[in-house]
Design a protein around this ligand. Structure first.
Ligand code: BES
Ligand code: MN
Ligand code: ZN
Length: 495
């Protein structure tokens, strides 16, 4: 889908649908008032008849109004001005976009900024772009008859005053974010028999081909053996699929600038290994590579934006399978850092591949490292599907991530990384165990990783609850690509 922003007046726009707001009680937005005048008060007539009350997130579609150049007019309820906030704004935008997608309009003109729907104009614009693109996404690449593609191809945001450069940039950058999210969703929704470690590596190499500023390298099992990645390699032992360690270097700034490293968990299928998972909903463990997919989506987005920053993506990827050669509970392995690990549960495998990837990442001399992982079911219990869990060994980095989360509405909630939790990982036979018991499971997983990240500023995002939805809406969300790109945009603007 294409997005743009320009100045215009609502009655003169030649397009499939023009979208204007109505407040609860029937007051029209500024653009709505102009359109009302031009159409001989057709809008106020409809409102007076009671068909549109302005209730938040309600919609009403009108056709061929005399005096308007657009084929349709979509009225969208904005609710009470005092009740407009981030939450209601997003609901309103989603309702407007789903009503738009239900029409057969090919292009639409939206007035979303003139009344400052809740937040500042840039924020609303970004959310509008995300909502419009989300409604157009289809996960049908493997259906023999593809579903009907979205008819809406072009969304133009119209402002009554000339839009400033900042707003134009917000639209262009968020369009790139939606393209990155599409890549993330496509990869994540693919089943484990197609999206293997080799498939992810091929996609990463293709990204390097498509963008001059991205250089991709792929390490094979023998390379990892040489590096002493005994922890990572222990996870792949039961699988017939060879593991890969992917590194993507995006060079958008001077060579002297230290990169931000993004490390994404890439378990292409998590059966639990010998500590086998229960059968119900196990198919959703194809989403255990969403961290990796979000790294690829984020790199694609910033490459499209040509963001002036250096970023490294590191992706450890393999399958977690049971089998006669698989790792057994009680096995002890030596990580690349030299620390030994007693594997008490082979289903706590994410941390085992991440710890070696995190040690490896030090070689890029990063300014900060963020790992992204569908790491614990406990995180879903703690935070549900709204916020990603966040941990950091640096308060400033944590604050930046919280801020980027608010700005992108792809939010994180910080959990404690206190030393008090560390003894839960004690092992009788090795330097540490790979699990810390049921209590505080998200925290002890982060504590485990913290033992491998002492040499740099680091944050960990547990996206187990936010990367994908279950049930009727089963599918990848594309999160946390909006968060990560916003963080990098903020970083690139930092002097
Ligand atoms: N990939 C899972 C975490 C997960 C669970 C993600 C549910 C999304 C939904 C991870 O590898 C895992 O199995 N974690 C275990 C850890 C436990 C054995 C300490 C878990 O959460 O049960
Ligand atoms: Mn697991
Ligand atoms: Zn897993």
């Amino acid at each position: 889908m294409e997005f743009s922003i320009k100045q215009g007046s609502p009655e003169k726009l030649k397009c499939g649908c023009v979208v204007v707001g109505v407040y609860e009680g029937g007051k029209l937005s500024k653009a709505g008032q102009l359109l009302d005048k031009a159409t001989g008060h057709s809008l106020s007539d409809v409102i007076a008849r009671g068909d549109m009350t302005g209730k938040s997130a309600s919609t009403l579609l009108l056709h061929k109004l005399a005096g308007a150049s657009a084929e349709r007019v979509l009225l969208v309820g904005l609710g009470k001005p005092a009740e407009l906030n981030n939450r209601t704004s997003v609901d309103i935008l989603r309702a407007a976009c789903s009503a738009l997608h239900a029409t057969s309009a090919k292009d639409a003109a939206l007035f979303v900024t003139d009344d400052g729907v809740g937040k500042d104009a840039g924020w609303v614009l970004k959310q509008a772009v995300l909502a419009a693109a989300d409604g157009a996404y289809r996960a049908d690449s493997l259906k023999s008859k593809p579903s009907k593609p979205a008819t809406l191809k072009q969304v133009t945001f119209i402002t009554l005053e000339k839009p400033n450069a900042e707003l134009k940039k917000a639209v262009a950058q968020t369009a790139a974010v939606t393209h990155g999210m599409e890549l993330t969703k496509d990869l994540a929704n693919l089943p484990g028999n197609i999206c293997t470690p080799a498939y992810l590596a091929a996609k990463a190499l293709a990204l390097g081909k498509a963008h001059k500023k991205i250089k991709t390298t792929v390490l094979e099992k023998k390379d990892m053996e040489k590096l002493g990645m005994g922890s990572f390699l222990s996870v792949t032992r039961g699988s017939a699929q060879p593991p890969k360690l992917i590194a993507l270097e995006y060079n958008g700034a001077a060579k002297t600038q230290k990169p931000i490293a993004l490390v994404g968990k890439g378990i292409t299928f998590d059966t639990g290994g010998i500590s086998l998972k229960p059968g119900s909903d196990m198919d959703e463990m194809k989403y255990d590579m969403c961290g990796a997919a979000s790294v690829l989506g984020t790199l694609q987005a910033i490459a499209e934006m040509e963001l002036p920053i250096n970023v490294v993506g590191v992706i450890p990827t393999c399958e977690n399978m049971p089998g006669s050669t698989a790792t057994k509970p009680g096995d002890i392995v030596t990580s690349m850092s030299g620390q030994t690990i007693e594997i008490l549960n082979t289903d706590a495998e994410g941390r085992l591949i991440l710890c070696d990837a995190l040690t490896y990442t030090a070689k890029f001399k990063p300014d900060a490292v963020i790992d992204i992982a569908t790491l614990t079911g406990a995180c879903v219990i703690a935070l549900g599907h709204v916020a990603s869990g966040m941990f950091a060994n640096d308060d400033k980095l944590a604050k930046e991530l919280v801020g980027a989360g608010e700005q992108s509405h792809d939010r994180v909630w910080q959990l404690p990384l206190w030393d008090d939790y560390q003894p839960l990982l004690d092992s009788n036979f090795a330097d540490m165990a790979n699990i810390g018991g049921r209590a505080g499971g998200t925290i002890t997983a982060a504590c485990f990783l913290s033992r491998f990240t002492k040499d740099y500023r680091w944050a960990h995002l547990d996206i187990a609850g936010t990367a994908n939805l279950s049930g009727k809406n089963k599918g990848a969300t594309g999160r946390p690509v909006p968060l990560l790109t916003q963080f990098l945009i903020d970083r690139s603007a930092r002097k």
